[in-house]
Ligand binder design. Structure first.
Ligand code: ATP
Ligand code: MG
Length: 208
């Protein structure tokens, strides 16, 4: 305590975790909107490694999902992508994501974990929930079709934010591709091209 050094302003860092299979304009609008509302300096998108909540379906390779996230965010100088979850390997837990980013970025950073309202509702079913709320401010985004359950988070540790209605989900994008329907304008142009180039989300071969 006592005489203070000239205070360097703390960095405000958004953290957007997701499977991003594929990344779509719902993710990008949510990140942009929260960045604006919370005066964030940067939003780092963190593709999960093995998404443990989605063990019911095969997930596209981490490298394809990582590259799509890079392609989709490349043009925004305040957006970046982190490999911490992919490089750590194994199932991804948010507490590990925040620990690794903290170790990487140092103490001068305030974290804002951006997540869908659907995911925020489950926050206390996450491992280490008590530690989590000490590590970041949580921002839950409303999304069409999901009601805002009161997640019972400690006051001042979480905010709920209304995102301009975007009824886009990765699930719907994958199903559209599988059915041969367009995903133009639901995902960035570069993602349409990447999906075609890598033949992602095609119908499974008929077992004969
Ligand atoms: P899936 O349909 O496979 O579950 P998804 O569209 O929910 O995919 P995720 O990668 O699971 O995408 O999402 C990452 C985060 O972004 C989650 O917290 C999710 O709630 C949030 N999110 C996804 N789509 C939107 C949207 N349209 N508006 C706001 N938030 C969204
Ligand atoms: Mg989801």
């Amino acid at each position: 305590a006592g005489a203070s050094r000239p205070a360097r302003r703390r960095i405000r860092l958004g953290v957007m975790g997701g499977t991003f299979d594929p990344i779509h304009h719902g993710h990008l609008v949510a990140a942009s909107e929260v960045a604006s509302l919370f005066s964030l300096d940067e939003v780092v998108f963190v593709p999960t490694n093995q998404p443990w909540q989605k063990s019911d379906r095969p997930v596209t390779s981490a490298e394809d999902r990582y590259l799509m996230t890079v392609i989709a965010t490349a043009s925004n100088p305040r957006f970046s992508v982190s490999r911490v979850d992919i490089d750590r390997g194994g199932p991804t837990y948010t507490v590990d994501t925040l620990r690794d980013l903290r170790a990487e970025r140092g103490g001068e950073v305030d974290f804002f974990f951006i997540t869908g309202a659907d995911a925020l509702g489950q926050i206390f079913s996450w491992r280490d929930a008590d530690e989590l709320v000490e590590m970041a401010h949580f921002v839950g985004c409303t999304r069409p079709g999901h009601t805002l359950a009161d997640p019972g988070l400690p006051l001042g540790k979480a905010s709920l934010v209304e995102i301009p209605a975007l009824a886009i989900s990765s699930t719907a994008c994958r199903e559209r591709v599988r059915r041969g329907e367009p995903v133009w304008y639901l995902v960035p142009d570069g993602i349409v091209q990447y999906i075609n180039k890598r033949a992602l989300y095609q119908p499974a071969e008929e077992a004969t």
